[in-house]
Design a protein around this ligand. Structure first.
Ligand SMILES: [Zn+2]
Length: 446
């Protein structure tokens, strides 16, 4: 089983390969990102994706219950004895006509994938199930991550399940309340750095190298293998068919990178006929991908990405002392570590990139809350972005669209309370002050 997987540099000019049992987060030869790759001829694959449905009948086996490991042949890097699961991936793909109407889609065409239903309340658990399995393979004893919040919650939960020590780096004042509370409650050592997420990301890489900690940011290629399964579950939710569009928030770009890889592999294996298109939605206050792709015309270019465009853009951010700002803290990132993998995903999925304002995000969030199961602010960027793409005619009203709602509404209660109680938006629903008087209360409700 284990000779089926290896790590490979994404830079085609390098292409260096490494054993799956090594702990590497960048190619030692050229410094680019690494992928997990498979010798597919050594994997016993199903003939069609619907065969995975059989595992529902044996869900008393935790690996068949896991929304990650029940697709284990498609992330086949790990013997069963190392596989970690706490019941992640029991998520819902909900068709939602009320939200469809808000986004100018026809009834029956819009689906919401609620990743907030994971154990720690965000999509990160998919990735952690896979990455902590790798941590067990390599015998790691301590783990660390930089986080805008969701990663720290998920890492802390999985680390202690696996009996690993856990240190999380967060930017001061930049983490939503719900997420911060989770990290502390799950027992993580929380280090608040005076800086933003990008500062934390730089620090954690150096600290991990110095102290030999296992790094759980999405630089970790095994994490992205777990996140591929979000796409398998969307396909499952659609009766084993692919949608026309996947829409995902863009922060550190791990999800979009994982989704592109998932579809590329499924197509290569003959398990899907067509790859859906992908839209990645930034916040306007953290819109590096939008700037680079739409304005600077940066592309994957068969792996020969024009590094000078990126370097110049980042130099300009530094010169301006730029720090990203959006209410959607999960995507408040200006130097996304998975940028090049995301460019590859955009190429694979004929993708588009858009940026939406905080106001649009908050209004869309209120609509998802009122008519759906709710979500954290970054997740709502998908619906706000879909409105743009409908207005531009890029997405058709009868296309089948799946939006990935990455986190639970209770992740960021402050924003929700401010929006409603502070009457900040079009859909604010503030509480009504009433005297302690029966007749007056009746008058208000009638
Ligand atoms: Zn390399």
């Amino acid at each position: 089983m284990t000779d089926s997987a290896y790590q490979k540099c994404i830079n085609p000019a390098c292409g260096a390969e490494f054993d799956y049992g090594q702990t590497l987060f960048k190619c030692p030869a050229c410094g680019e990102l690494l992928d997990v790759q498979y010798n597919w001829d050594k994997v016993r694959l199903p003939n069609k994706l619907s065969e995975f449905a059989k595992r529902w009948a044996s869900r008393d086996n935790p690996l068949d219950f896991s929304g990650v490991w029940r697709f284990r042949e498609l992330l086949n890097f790990c013997e069963d004895k190392y596989k970690v699961t706490i019941g992640e991936g029991q998520t819902i793909l909900q068709q939602n006509d009320a939200v469809a109407g808000y986004a100018d889609m026809h009834p029956g065409c819009l689906y919401l994938q609620y990743e907030g239903l994971n154990p720690s309340g965000s999509f990160k658990d998919n990735g952690m199930a896979a990455a902590f399995s790798h941590a067990k393979i390599v015998g790691a004893t301590s783990s660390a991550c930089a986080s805008t919040g969701n990663t720290s919650a998920s890492v802390a939960l999985y680390a202690h399940h696996c009996n690993l020590k856990c240190t999380v780096f967060i930017g001061s004042g930049r983490v939503a309340f719900g997420k911060l509370s989770q990290g502390m409650d799950y027992g993580a050592q929380t280090i608040q750095i005076r800086g933003d997420f990008d500062d934390c990301m730089r620090q954690v890489q150096d600290v991990c190298a110095e102290l030999g900690l296992y790094l759980l940011n999405s630089l970790n290629p095994f994490r992205l293998e777990g996140q591929k399964t979000i796409m398998y579950r969307i396909i499952e939710g659609l009766g084993w068919q692919v949608p026309d569009w996947i829409i995902v928030p863009g922060g550190n770009l791990g999800n979009s990178s994982a989704f592109g890889k998932a579809f590329s592999e499924l197509k290569q294996l003959g398990l899907i006929k067509q790859i859906p298109r992908m839209a990645i939605i930034n916040a306007t206050g953290a819109d590096t991908l939008t700037e680079l792709v739409n304005n600077k015309k940066l592309t994957w270019n068969a792996g020969k990405v024009e590094q000078a465009i990126i370097d110049n853009y980042y130099a300009d951010l530094t010169a301006r002392n730029f720090s990203p700002h959006t209410c959607a803290s999960a995507i408040e990132i200006s130097r996304p570590v998975n940028l090049k993998k995301c460019l590859r995903a955009i190429h694979i999925c004929n993708g588009v990139v858009r940026a939406v304002t905080d106001e649009e995000i908050c209004d869309a969030k209120a609509i998802i809350g009122k008519f759906g199961l709710g979500c954290e602010p970054a997740s709502a960027a998908t619906i706000a972005g879909l409105k743009h793409l409908r207005a531009e005619g890029i997405v058709e009203a009868d296309d089948r669209v799946a939006c990935v709602l990455t986190g639970h509404p209770l992740k960021d209660p402050n924003l929700t309370i401010n929006y409603h109680k502070g009457k900040k938006g079009k859909f604010s629903n503030p509480p009504i002050e009433a005297p302690n008087d029966f007749d007056e209360i009746i008058k208000l409700i009638k």
